[in-house]
Design a protein around this ligand. Structure first.
Ligand code: C2E
Ligand code: CA
Ligand code: CA
Length: 766
């Protein structure tokens, strides 16, 4: 039996242990035998010898017992040492020698009976020694040879026939004892080796069993074992939790007959037939009803002789993964703020809808909408209010569509509504589209309640039917966008259907914007000044008006380029430049010559964070008296909230800047808010002045405005006074300041300054 090094060490240790184990039994028996021998010899051998012999044997036996006791107290690890074997051997040899000495000391040929006792006792002790010492092969001879050899020699020396016969018997016995000792030793050796081998393979088996148990128990996957008949044999805890079952419910379950999912049953069949099976999908547990998205790998198991012995299935729970996939999908296809589909999803849906409509010949509708002046709301009321507004708009959009339609958020305040099927007739389709767009406009323009703040916001809506020719997704969206743009140009809060001519118009507009961006740096911008006069024709101020001379197209009206600049932050740049220019002029020209200068400020610029600081800095850096600066705002400043607007105005008023309300009468035409705004001046729009002497209604409006302004203590400037009649009418109604072609057309800066320098108080000469 081949043992490894450790086992050999264990074998050696075990052999030593056997020697020491129950040592007291042979030792005590040998002492008893010694006592009997002494008793038998007492009458014939000198008693002193006998006592000394017995004493020596007792002492050695005591020593051996003490050694055994000491050995047993040793920790396991120390017992294997060689020195324990040597100590034992010394004790054994000594006691063998003492017994051998008995053979010499008590050899009495004349008393045959006693001699027989001696021979029998020595033989018995030897035989006993062989049985107890055979754990180590050489230990028995070490004991037996010293015992029997002196006796054997003495018997041979006697030479008589009987003695020789006895010697032969003793020799035979010695040989026999040695041989059986060897056999016994071999037996013990084999026995221990076998035990060691068995216990080592058992412990290996235990370790591997424990390891597989641990894997079975702790694997993050579910593992289920079934037999050839499809009955569940075992299942780990993960498997139970995936299936939503308790162990008692599952063990013994007949998978073939109790499962109701044919896909799973097929996978088990495959595993048992061909070795593997696979299932992926949402599994509904028959007992618990729990639905779990999972993946299952089935494989057959084989026993040692290679026969199929059931199978095992590894279950992977897909719930987390599915959830993660859903999250990824949501992030990829939905807008996180409004939870509406995003651009990507819209594009995919629109692309497939366009294909479907091409196939069935019907028409679909895309509406593109953008909230008017959303940026101002966002900038002035804060992003959380802006976000809330977008969410509420989204809700209204969702309410406006059926389950076929889609409302998507493209970016910022741009939304798209897709109606896959509108009509199969172009004319009917166009009517329905307009109707739908108008309904949507009505729904979206209702007041929004944003945490207590009530806000009116309008959208501009552009729409287009598709497919009209061979447009793709990009074309359809662009058409709707162009139409929306057109709706904005037509004064916002409008709906507008796409017409092919719009695209060219839009392109021109884009070109203009590009050109305008370069205009300031390329010196194409200039400022005209239009003087304002009082009732006695004294120049009391002027309005700065921006001019653009395009290198190819010549003078472009501010009515054209200002709205374009307002679409982007370009307006901020342009007006900042104008403000700077005007402050420099005010610093140059004495107050007496030019008491005040008015500048037009767009709402977009006014709502810009830092506007108040920029104006403060501009007047401060030129050392200009801020009260000489009049900021003209239109009624649209209130769009973002009356409070916000008046706060900003108040901030500038504190340093002295004055405010005028431009184009009064054309916007909200509500007089109520006039009281709330810190205004110094009202500018009656020139459209009212124009027909003042012919149209009764306009005259009435002007009269009302003048009376009310007087009542509120606000000065009035009449714009667009073109003739004497108008002037006379206004003068008669106590208007204080006049501006118009009748007095002076807007003039370039040099002309204006030279006009100022001609006289300290230039008087108009109409
Ligand atoms: P507005 O603020 O109402 O400016 C007065 C406009 O009336 C000027 O037109 C002026 O030339 C014109 N006007 C003056 N007197 C008469 C008259 O007797 N009859 C007629 N028919 N028109 C008269 P303009 O210079 O073409 O400016 C048009 C508009 O462009 C301005 O209207 C203003 O809204 C805007 N604008 C001009 N410069 C700026 C600017 O720097 N910022 C902003 N936001 N808007 C500006
Ligand atoms: Ca103005
Ligand atoms: Ca005006």
């Amino acid at each position: 039996m081949a043992l490894n090094v450790t086992q050999q060490r264990q074998l050696a240790g075990e052999q030593v242990r056997l020697l020491y184990e129950r040592l007291w039994q042979p030792v005590v028996s040998s002492l008893l035998a010694a006592c009997l021998l002494v008793a038998a010899m007492w009458p014939i051998v000198p008693q002193g010898y006998l006592l000394v012999w017995l004493l020596v044997l007792t002492a050695i036996s005591g020593g051996r017992l003490a050694l055994a006791r000491y050995y047993h107290r040793q920790p396991e690890a120390c017992r294997y040492r060689r020195r324990w074997l040597l100590r034992f051997a010394v004790g054994t040899a000594l006691s063998g020698l003492v017994w051998g000495a008995a053979g010499v000391l008590m050899f009495v040929t004349e008393h045959f009976g006693q001699l027989a006792v001696l021979v029998v006792v020595l033989a018995g002790v030897s035989a006993g020694g062989v049985t107890t010492l055979s754990a180590i092969g050489w230990m028995a001879p070490l004991f037996v040879v010293p015992i029997l050899s002196p006796l054997l020699i003495l018997l041979l020396l006697q030479g008589s026939g009987l003695m020789l016969l006895l010697a032969a018997l003793v020799a035979l016995f010695l040989g026999l004892v040695m041989v059986s000792g060897r056999r016994l030793n071999q037996f013990v050796h084999d026995n221990i080796s076998l035990r060691l081998v068995v216990s080592s393979s058992e412990s290996q088996l235990r370790i591997s069993e424990a390891r597989y148990r641990a894997i079975f128990r702790h694997t993050p996957l579910g593992v289920l074992h079934f037999d050839c008949g499809g009955r569940v044999v075992d299942c780990n805890a993960v498997g139970l939790s995936i299936l939503g079952l308790r162990k008692q419910q599952l063990l013994g379950m007949d998978l073939f007959n109790e499962l109701n999912d044919p896909r799973v049953i097929e996978a088990i069949h495959n595993a048992l037939k061909s070795g593997t099976g696979y299932f992926e999908g949402t599994y509904r547990s028959v007992k618990s009803g729990k639905r779990t998205p999972l993946r299952a790998f089935f494989s057959a198991l084989h026993n040692e002789s290679g026969e199929r012995d059931g199978g095992v299935v590894v279950l992977e729970d897909f719930t987390e993964r599915k959830r993660a996939e859903e999250t990824i999908h949501r992030q990829a296809y939905f807008d996180s703020l409004t939870e509406l589909p995003n651009r990507r999803m819209l594009i995919e849906a629109l692309a497939s809808t366009i294909r479907d409509r091409r196939d069935d010949g019907c028409l679909g509708l895309v509406m593109f909408l953008d909230l008017d002046r959303f940026k101002i709301i966002n900038d002035t009321l804060g992003h959380s209010v802006g976000d809330e507004l977008l969410r509420q708009v989204s809700k209204r959009l969702l309410a406006s569509i059926d389950d076929q339609g889609m409302a998507a958020r493209l970016s910022g305040d741009e939304f798209v509504i897709l109606r896959p099927v509108l009509s199969d007739n172009l004319e009917v389709g166009a009517q329905r589209a307009e109707r739908r767009a108008e309904l949507l406009l009505d729904s979206l323009r209702q007041t929004y309640d944003l945490g207590g703040q009530h806000l009116s916001v309008t959208p501009s809506i552009g729409y287009t039917l598709f497919p009209l020719a061979d447009e793709d997704v990009g074309d359809v969206l662009r058409h709707a966008d162009t139409a929306m743009y057109q709706a904005k140009l037509r004064g916002r809060a409008q709906v507008c259907g796409y017409e092919p001519a719009m695209q060219a118009q839009l392109n021109r507009r884009l070109e203009t914007e590009q050109a305008l961006r370069r205009a300031l740096t390329e010196g194409q911008m200039s400022i005209d000044f239009q003087p304002q006069y009082d009732a006695r024709n004294n120049l009391v101020g002027a309005e700065a008006l921006m001019r653009w001379q395009h290198p190819q197209h010549g003078w472009i009206s501010p009515e054209v380029f200002i709205p374009i600049a307002e679409e982007s932050d370009l307006i901020v740049e342009l007006e900042t430049w104008l403000l700077e220019y005007c402050c420099a002029m005010l610093a140059r020209v004495p107050t007496a010559t030019l008491p005040r200068l008015s500048i037009n400020i767009s709402v977009r610029h006014f709502a810009q964070p830092g506007f108040v600081e920029a104006v403060t800095w501009a007047v401060g850096s030129h050392g200009v008296d801020p009260s000489r600066l009049v900021v003209e705002l239109t009624e649209s400043v209130m769009i973002a909230g009356l409070e916000e607007a008046s706060e900003r105005m108040e901030a500038l008023k504190r340093i002295g800047v004055r405010f005028a309300l431009d184009d009064f009468g054309t916007g909200f035409s509500s007089l109520a808010y006039l009281k709330s705004l810190p205004l110094d001046e009202l500018k009656i729009d020139r459209s009212f002045v124009k027909h003042i002497d012919t149209e009764g209604s306009d005259a009435a409006i002007v009269e009302t405005i003048l009376a009310m302004a007087r009542h509120l203590g606000i000065a009035v400037v009449a714009e667009g006074v073109e003739n004497e009649a108008q002037q006379a009418y206004l003068l008669a109604r106590d208007c204080q300041v006049f501006q118009g072609f009748y007095y002076s057309r807007p003039m370039p800066a040099e002309a204006f300054e030279s006009l100022l320098s001609k006289s300290d108080q230039p008087t108009a000469e109409p």
